[in-house]
Structures are given as C-alpha cells and as structure tokens.
Design a protein around this ligand. Structure first.
Ligand code: MF3
Ligand code: CO
Length: 284
C-alpha cells in the first residue's frame, strides 16, 4: 500500500464497501465507479454462481466442526484455503486489495475483516467467519457467526437476532419491492430487539466481481432504491452490534471493531432474485 494518499483513502473506504455514515449514495467504492449499473445474471450464470457458493457452504460445514476452544484462527484459515483449492477454486479475499488471508475471522467486539493469526478461540467467544470463493470467474460470498463452546444469553440473543435479520432481508428480496425495502426491514427488526446495525459497511451486488452495484445497506427507508428484478444477485450481510453502531479500524488497516467495545455479529448469504422468494445460493 505504498500508494498516494488519495489511493489509500479510497482503499480505506472500500470493504464490504465502507461508506461514511450519512452519504451512502455519494461515495462509491472504486470498482463501482467503473460500472454503475446492476448487472442482471442469466440462468446459466446463476448456475455458475451456485457452484461457487456451494463451495463456500462446504467450507462452513467444515468450519463448524473445527470451531472449538483452543483452535487458532490461522488453523481455520489454512483448512479453508486447502479446501477451496482442492475444489479447483481460488480464495476470493486473499490478495484482494492486499488482504492477506482466505478467511476474515472477527471475534467478539471485532465486526468484520479480522485477520487470522495465532490467536486461540476461547470458550464463550463469538466468532464471525467470512468466506469468499472464485470458481471459474464467478464469485461466492457468505458469513456466519458461531458460538465457541457455551456462550452467555446475550451472545445467543445477538446471534439469533442477526441471523434472523438476514432472513428477514431475504424475505423482502422480491420482484416488486425496492432495494431499501430490504434495508429497512433489517434495520427495523434489529433496532426493535435493542441492537444496532453498522452503517459504514454494507452488502453488495456480486457476480463476475466480488463487489458490484448496488450497495445494500442494512438501514434505510422503505420504497427507496432501485426496483428489484429477476436475475439480480446480492450479498446481503447485516452486521449487528450489541451497543452503538459506531465502528473504527485497528492499526492493521483491516480489523473493524465496535467503538464501544461491545460485541458484534455478522451473517451473510449470496442470493438471487427469482419470480418468487429469493434463492439462497450459498447453501448446500
Ligand atoms: N464479505 C466481505 C465483503 O463483501 C469480505 C471482504 S474481505 C476482503 O467485503 F478481504 F476481501 F476485503
Ligand atoms: Co460480502
């Protein structure tokens, strides 16, 4: 990252599509400047995306077995990388804007983009794991948050509310609705449960690029945003905080943490808009 200040500023504004609060429609990530349209995928392309996302889902099947007290986050990362390569695919995050690993692993107050390393998971932690796969040029992207051993009631509630937020969003992802109907439904559910939604990072379109138009915020007003059409493919990814929605980035340049040190959870699926209920691609 020995670029100009301007470029590194762009980089900082980038992932999961980082956007300054209050200006989500004015600052676009770099890739989005080049093609400001929502690309509609053909049934054939959706099949390709399904294959890529199936590998993501398989990685989670393996990770669920490995997430126990004492495992290091780099052990999880190594397994995921070997697994993806063994399927003839490529880890999508590694090397992306110089990100150094296959997985993003974010523990407790870490929100997203935690870098795997020698840290051991401990009983009572919650751990968010994000996986991206590139198979034949088509991208898959999903995330889950898992409890490590026994966790407290607050953690259980945070995980349940966040996973349900994702499914409420998926439920709204239908032809006839607008994009921010998804955003609004997620925000309403989460805030109704006493938690907050992160503002500075949002979901995204996905296809032949990891990040495509549109940005998919987890907050917003109903009836706003583009109309949803069959063949649109989105990565919906609510990030939910126990306390305030504010976040900051650690000095490693990646790890996003809550500003107040309270915990955060993250669930993500890649979904395709169809004639009826959206189809979840990142599942087995
Ligand atoms: N799901 C995340 C995203 O959509 C993960 C990106 S990690 C990165 O941005 F390394 F690729 F940035
Ligand atoms: Co994503």
């Amino acid at each position: 990252m020995n670029d100009t200040g301007l470029v590194s500023l762009t980089v900082r504004l980038y992932f999961i599509n980082r956007v300054p609060a209050g200006s989500i429609l004015t600052i676009y990530p770099l890739e989005m400047h080049t093609n400001p349209v929502i690309i509609i995928k053909s049934p054939r392309e959706i099949e390709q995306l399904k294959r890529s996302n199936a590998i993501v889902a398989e990685v989670f099947r393996e990770l669920r077995k490995m997430v126990v007290p004492g495992v290091t986050t780099q052990e999880l990362d190594r397994m995921a990388e070997e697994f993806i390569l063994s399927r003839g695919a490529i880890p999508a995050f590694k090397g992306y804007r110089n990100y150094p690993a296959t997985l993003c692993i974010s523990i407790n107050e870490e929100v997203v983009h935690g870098i795997p390393g020698p840290r051991k998971l401990r009983e009572g932690d919650i751990v968010s794991i994000d996986v991206g796969v590139n198979l034949n040029g088509y991208f898959g992207d999903a995330a889950i948050t898992l409890p490590v051993g026994e966790v407290d009631q607050g953690a259980k509630k945070l995980l349940e509310v966040t996973e349900k937020a994702l499914h409420i969003g998926i439920e709204m992802a239908r032809v006839g609705n607008r994009l921010h109907d998804i955003s609004h439904a997620i925000q309403k559910w989460v805030e109704g449960k006493g938690f907050s939604v992160v503002r500075e990072f949002v979901g995204h379109g996905i296809g032949k690029n990891l990040h495509e138009e549109p940005q998919v915020p987890n907050f917003g007003s109903p009836g706003q945003g583009p109309r949803l059409e069959k063949g649109m493919v989105f990565a919906l990814e609510p990030m939910v905080n126990e306390g305030s929605y504010e976040v900051r980035i650690l000095s490693d340049g990646w790890t996003v943490v809550t500003a107040d040190g309270k915990r955060s959870a993250h669930f993500e699926h890649t979904i395709a808009i169809t004639d009826g209920k959206a189809e979840i691609l990142s599942t087995l």
